[in-house]
Design a protein around this ligand. Structure first.
Ligand code: OAD
Ligand code: ZN
Length: 248
């Protein structure tokens, strides 16, 4: 895909030593993972407060587990797209790189990214409410599933009103504040605290770029906005970085 690079952005791409990328559901949309707030978004069909809160889980663990098993089935069938693979290449193109995601689908890891800050957890993981044990089981002897210790298992994701995993937010802020170039990709920018990372990056001097098919809450604070699909724009940016750095 042909995209237009401003002089400023070209200079930053050439010189950036430390880049951070923060992703949301949009980066997985081209793989077939439903987003949350779009026209066919999950929150148009389901009520978040009935499914993605601890209160909902306590009141109706069967329903909440069914919903997560349904989403796991979708995720198990799909593959990363060109956007995930482009991001995986970023780590080889800069001295320092940090990936931050709100996604729980694990597709960045499948595409080859390492050291990923998963702000909202991982849908493939189960955690015991009693002993804290983690496992990746997908089939369960009983439903709703129980841990070996007899405690109740839950999906190891962050629900509304819950704290992010210990250390994840601190590490994400460190990256936002320390990087020279920050990308916010495929997120509507309405869920805190993830939505504050681009402005933290900007305040600390990073050049901030948004990639999204539409304008968002974040568009007005970024230095550069690319309107289009992440699976098309990110590979074009990777190509340009390689060209600027004499890597192709
Ligand atoms: P949203 O569904 O709110 O936003 C997805 C964004 O991706 C929108 O801004 C779309 O315009 C954009 N988009 C869609 N397809 C795209 C594509 N091919 N390329 C680029 N952009 C595209 O999802 P998030 O912002 O990730 O939290 O939502 C944040 C959090 O809200 C989620 O992590 C989840 C949800 O409730 C929890 O469950 C805690
Ligand atoms: Zn247990």
């Amino acid at each position: 895909m042909e995209i237009e690079f401003s002089e400023k952005f070209l200079r930053v791409l050439k010189d950036a030593k430390y880049t951070a990328v923060s992703t949301g559901a949009g980066v997985s949309a081209e793989s077939g993972v439903p987003t949350f707030r779009g026209e066919d978004g999950l929150w148009k069909k389901f009520r978040a407060e009935e499914l993605a809160t601890f209160e909902a889980f306590q009141a109706n663990p069967d329903l909440v587990w069914e919903w997560y098993q349904y989403r796991r089935e979708i995720i198990n069938k799909i593959k990363p797209n060109l956007g995930h693979y482009a991001i995986a290449e970023f780590s080889n193109l800069f001295d320092k790189f940090q990936l931050i995601t709100q996604n729980v689908d694990g597709l960045h890891r499948v595409a080859g990214s390492e050291d990923i800050i998963e702000l909202h957890g991982n849908i493939k993981r189960n955690r015991c409410l009693e002993c804290g044990d983690i496992n990746y089981d997908e089939e369960f002897a009983e439903f709703p599933p129980l841990c070996k210790c007899g405690g109740r298992l839950r999906p190891d994701v962050v629900w509304f009103g819950e704290l992010l995993p210990a250390g994840a937010l601190e590490k994400a802020y460190e990256a936002a504040k320390g990087c020279d170039l920050f990308f916010t990709v495929g997120t509507s920018g309405v869920v805190q605290p993830a939505a504050s990372l681009p402005s933290a990056a900007r305040q600390h001097g990073a050049f901030v770029v948004e990639i999204n098919i539409e304008a968002t809450e974040l568009t007005f604070i970024v230095d550069q906005h690319f309107r289009g699909k992440s699976g098309e724009i990110l590979p074009a940016i990777v190509d340009k970085i390689k060209e600027l750095r004499g890597l192709k």
